[in-house]
Write a protein that binds this ligand. Sequence first.
Ligand SMILES: Nc1ncnc2c1ncn2[C@@H]1O[C@H](COP(=O)(O)OP(=O)(O)OP(=O)(O)O)[C@@H](O)[C@H]1O
Ligand SMILES: [Mg+2]
Length: 343
Amino acid sequence: MRKTLHEIELEHRIPTSTLRAAIHRGILRAEKVGGIRMVDDQSDSFKTYLAEYKSRSGRELEEIIGEEVEGKFMKNGAHHGITIGLCNQKGGVGKSSSAAAIAAIFAERGYRVLVIDNDPQGNVSLQLGIDLLDIEVGPSYGTVSDLYLEKAVAHEVAVSTGYPGVDLVPASVDLAEVEMMLPGKSGSDLRLSMALRPSRQYYDLIILDSPPNLGKFSVNVLAASDWFLIPVNGPWALRSVKALLAVARKNANYYNSNNQFLGLFLTMVDRTRIMQNVREVAQESYPNHLFKTEIRRSTLARESEAMATPLPVYATDSAVAEDYRTMVNEICQRIQLPEPVGS
Ligand SMILES: Nc1ncnc2c1ncn2[C@@H]1O[C@H](COP(=O)(O)OP(=O)(O)OP(=O)(O)O)[C@@H](O)[C@H]1O
Ligand SMILES: [Mg+2]
């Protein structure tokens, strides 16, 4: 019997975003009836897909998907996902681990979150438990490359992670090649922004991770971000803020986009003199944008990375997870984020 994706979602508890991704990848067959995509739930294609989906590597699917089907949107009814980019062209400053941590905390508070991995290293995907080298799950997944190549929009390739309320558009190594294929024209700087536009309605927040350079993907992240956030873990990371702000400003003028500087925050903070000096210079240079909250240095960060689990989930009661929760409070204040529905 032919059913709409929504009917399949309700009956089998598979999110429509996941169904769309499978259709896009050619794993699940669908046909358009009167402009609406329908799936035959008696077909072999659907039965095979369902069996594969249900058996997917030990996740608590029922529990996870139960949350997703309910959905939780903001009370103001705007249903317009706010995009927050994490940028710093300096490598290893805490972009990906912070993106995963922040996403997990927003989800813990009832927001529907989408994370977009814009780095061929795929670190934030890994931190959220999605490894595209895992052949068992690999072929079923669309990736961020599809967005840059204009083959799909974000929610069509978003997959559910093991964390209730957090979806992900993963990255794989082929993204490195995609960068070379992108034309030099200005429109290619807006591909991510365009691919997010129809997807914003499905999420409260969209967190964008970026690579350690100021190339095409970082420029796309800046253009697609309503707000951008800069992690700083030392003097070199602080030095790069100026250049990053200049690029962001130039882009905002050029594309008439509204990417606002949400702020910079200190991470991997220890009691060294160097860190004290970084704090003082940051305070002096960016008095209105330096976050009050600092993220402490902790070995738990690396451990949670090795366990492919966001830090606040891996070490829920740790001091560093608490730092991230306080930071999310500060983000909420700064962007005046409405409460999620059902809170
Ligand atoms: N609070 C912390 N304390 C100690 N180590 C941390 C902390 N936060 C992150 N790290 C570690 O620092 C390293 C770099 O972090 P991360 O990968 O998040 O940085 P990044 O800016 O995304 O790097 P890249 O530029 O390569 O994408 C990781 O090994 C991570 O586990
Ligand atoms: Mg990273």
